[in-house]
Structures are given as structure tokens and as C-alpha cells.
Design a protein around this ligand. Structure first.
Ligand SMILES: Cc1ncc(COP(=O)(O)O)c(C=O)c1O
Length: 388
């Protein structure tokens, strides 16, 4: 088997690879030729397509996933001093917009290595009468139990928000992201299952949240520059103190073209995950979280190692395989410790110490999955022999 992949040194098998075809290239070029490059007709078309795909009433395309979460939080009424509960086992962007707003935050632990997400039980350990909202992260695209979280959160009189950044292609109880929380933020960053380079989307079924987020996206101005470009407007007003969170028409055109490939991307990821899972069945040292990979977009292939995680990553690196860790928990970062009482989250900390993300991308070949698994097995044997 040849694993020489030119231009990819040092990794023969990278963690992920972007995938663009001629249609993507044409889409971007056609925008440049059209002469209008900031939010305009392509953006609206992309938003309508996202609404259709996710089955939500409103989608708002913005400049990043972090911006989408910021707008989702603000438009849902999170304000200074609101107490918000979220996982620590997530990317920093789930949290940073809350800190910009001045909200108070508390982390909830994840359930287990088999289900590294929040559950009603883990929430119950930290939810108090002061809490206003819960943010749920569908880790790796697994919206596992989000329907139960919704019931729990509503029963407590709180609001549910989704960080749906891993949920392109995911489904739970027959519904896609944005249909459980009152609003969701989602990233379309370069390494996501579909991408606009940088970008994000707010998904919601609430017209009030949508209108507010839309105003905030563009400095709270009552008309867009595209509307002014098309016609004549004497005056405009500013209704909110907003942001410049628009994305470009090139990004929207790329998004439209990428969205057409999402079904194929999801299918391919599921096939590769199925193979990984089959090949790893007998490997007791590796725990694979979740069961329903056919309901997930499988943004990452995350596993937990019972042998020394760092030694295993070094072994894989030496075999030319790039790995990563998703995630170092937020409460362990220095900057975050300054924002509140230090919390002990035993399952989150254990998960962090054992977690490895293995390569997964739609153009990955079956032989490469086999090579990764063979290398994992050798690594485990070597580490066990060395007594670690
Ligand atoms: C869980 C999660 N939340 C938020 C984000 C932020 O997205 P962006 O990088 O587009 O701002 C990401 C991106 O990687 C993410 O994985």
C-alpha cells in the first residue's frame, strides 16, 4: 500500500483535508464577476437553503461560528449577569461570547466516556434557581439525548441553546440542529463537514430571535447596503448597538455549493466510521463513545485510550498519522479560571486525559483507516510492553 502523499509532510495521513470541486470554484468566481461581494442575493439564497436543510424557520449567515453563538445568545435574552450552564468539554467559542456579554457561567460535567455530553443528571448537579439558560454541545455531531435535555431544561423554566457547530448532517428524533434549543449557533469553519472558509449560521424557529440577530449582524441598521444599492433610500435608523458580523457573497456561494455535497459527505463519513468501529471492536484498550453513528454527521472520530494517551499520540505521529485532542476542558485554561470558582469535573477531566481524535475526512481511503488502526494496535502493544 502506498501512503506517500505529496505536499502533506510530515503527515502521510492528516487529521482532515478540505474538499473543493470545480462547482465550488465556479461558485466563488461567479460572485467576483457579478460585482457585488458583501451580503446580498447569494447570502439570502444560502440562508433559504439552510432553512430547508435544517427544517427551521430561520437561518442567518454570519462571519463565524463564534459570531453565530454571540448573536444566538444575545437575541435569546442572555444579558449581563445571566447565569448560564454549559459543558467544559467543548471548544472555547461556546464560552467566549458569554464572557463578552458579561454573563456568569457554570460548567456541568459530561455523563461518561461512552456519552461525553451533558445529561439531565449532570445538569441537576449544578442547576440552581438562579440559572437562566443551558448551552448543549452535540459533541462530534452526536445530538445524543438532546430531546431529554430540552424536557429537563423547560421543566426547570430555563432556556436551551445549542452549540451545533458539529451538527452538519446530524439528526436526532427525526430533527436536525436548531429544532431543540430556542436558537443554535453553528460553525462553517474550514475543518467543518461543509465550509465557507470562515463562517457560521444562527438557526432558530423564533421570528423574534431571528429579527434581533439579523439587526445585530449589521450594526443594528434598518436597511442593508444591498437594499440601498438596489434602490434609493433617503435615510436609515439604528435600532440596536450591533456588530459587523456579515459574511461575504463569495462565502455564501461556496456554502450553497458545499451544501449540495453534504449528503455525500455525511454518507462517506458514516462509512469510514463504520469501518473504524468494526476494526476496533476487539481492541479493549480503546473506548469508542456513542452508538448511533448513523444519526451523527461524525465531525470527528473521537476515541478514549486506556493506555497512555500521549505515548500513543507520539507513536501515531512517528507513523505519519496526525491526531488531535478534543478537548482540553475550558475550566483548566488559565484565562478561564479568572472568571469564577474553580470547579471539579471528574468525568470531563478523565475524558480529557484519555481522548484522541483520529483522522477522518470524506476523501480518506479505506486503506488509510486500516493503517491507522494497525498503527494504533502496534502502539498499544508497545506501550503495554513498556509497562505504561
Ligand atoms: C464546538 C464549537 N463551537 C464553536 C466553534 C467556533 O466556530 P468558529 O471557529 O467558526 O468561530 C467551533 C469551531 O471549531 C466549535 O468546534
Amino acid at each position: 500500500m502506498s501512503l506517500n502523499r505529496k505536499g502533506r509532510i510530515p503527515f502521510r495521513i492528516p487529521l482532515f483535508e478540505t474538499y473543493f470541486d470545480e462547482e465550488d470554484v465556479e461558485a466563488v468566481v461567479s460572485v467576483l464577476k457579478s460585482g457585488w461581494v458583501s451580503a446580498g442575493p447569494r447570502t439570502e439564497e444560502f440562508e433559504r437553503s439552510l432553512e430547508k436543510y435544517f427544517g427551521v424557520r430561520h437561518a442567518l449567515f454570519v462571519s463565524s461560528g463564534t459570531a453565530s453563538l454571540h448573536l444566538a445568545y444575545l437575541a435569546s435574552g442572555i444579558s449581563r449577569d445571566s447565569l448560564v450552564i454549559l459543558p467544559s468539554f467543548t471548544y472555547i467559542s461556546t464560552l467566549t461570547p458569554l464572557l463578552w456579554i458579561g454573563a456568569r457561567v457554570k460548567f456541568a460535567d459530561i455523563d461518561s466516556l461512552e456519552r461525553p455530553v451533558l445529561t439531565p443528571e449532570t445538569l441537576d448537579e449544578v442547576v440552581t434557581t438562579e440559572a437562566e439558560a443551558v448551552v448543549y454541545l452535540a459533541y462530534g455531531g452526536f445530538m445524543d439525548g438532546i430531546d431529554k435535555i430540552k424536557l429537563y431544561v423547560e421543566g426547570k423554566g430555563l432556556i436551551l441553546l445549542e452549540d451545533a457547530s458539529h451538527c452538519h448532517g446530524s439528526v436526532w428524533s427525526g430533527k436536525r440542529a436548531g429544532n431543540f434549543g430556542i436558537a443554535a449557533g453553528m460553525s462553517l469553519y474550514a475543518n467543518k463537514n461543509i465550509t465557507t472558509g470562515e463562517g457560521g449560521v444562527v438557526l432558530t424557529n423564533s421570528s423574534t430571535i431571528y429579527e434581533k440577530a439579523k439587526a445585530l449582524r449589521s450594526q443594528g441598521i434598518t436597511s442593508s447596503s444591498y437594499q440601498r444599492y438596489q434602490g434609493f433610500e433617503m435615510d436609515y435608523d439604528i435600532l440596536e448597538v450591533g456588530y459587523t458580523y456579515r459574511a461575504t457573497e463569495m462565502q455564501a456561494a461556496l456554502g450553497l455549493s458545499q451544501l449540495k455535497k453534504l449528503e455525500w459527505v455525511t454518507k462517506r463519513r458514516r462509512e469510514l466510521v463504520k469501518l473504524y468501529r468494526e476494526l476496533l471492536t476487539e481492541v479493549d484498550e480503546i473506548i469508542i463513545p456513542f452508538k448511533d453513528y448513523n444519526l451523527s454527521g461524525n465531525y470527528i472520530f473521537s476515541v478514549f485510550s486506556r493506555v497512555d494517551r500521549d505515548a500513543l499520540r507520539i507513536h501515531l505521529f512517528e507513523r505519519g498519522i496526525q491526531t488531535s485532542v478534543h478537548y482540553k476542558p475550558l475550566h483548566l485554561f488559565d484565562v478561564i479560571k479568572r472568571y469564577g470558582d474553580s470547579q471539579k469535573l471528574p468525568v470531563t477531566e478523565k475524558a480529557y486525559s484519555m481522548q484522541i481524535t483520529l483522522p477522518l475526512f470524506p476523501t480518506m481511503r479505506e486503506e488509510w483507516v486500516e493503517y491507522v488502526v494497525e498503527s494504533l494496535k502496534d502502539g498499544i502493544a508497545k506501550i503495554k510492553n513498556s509497562g505504561k
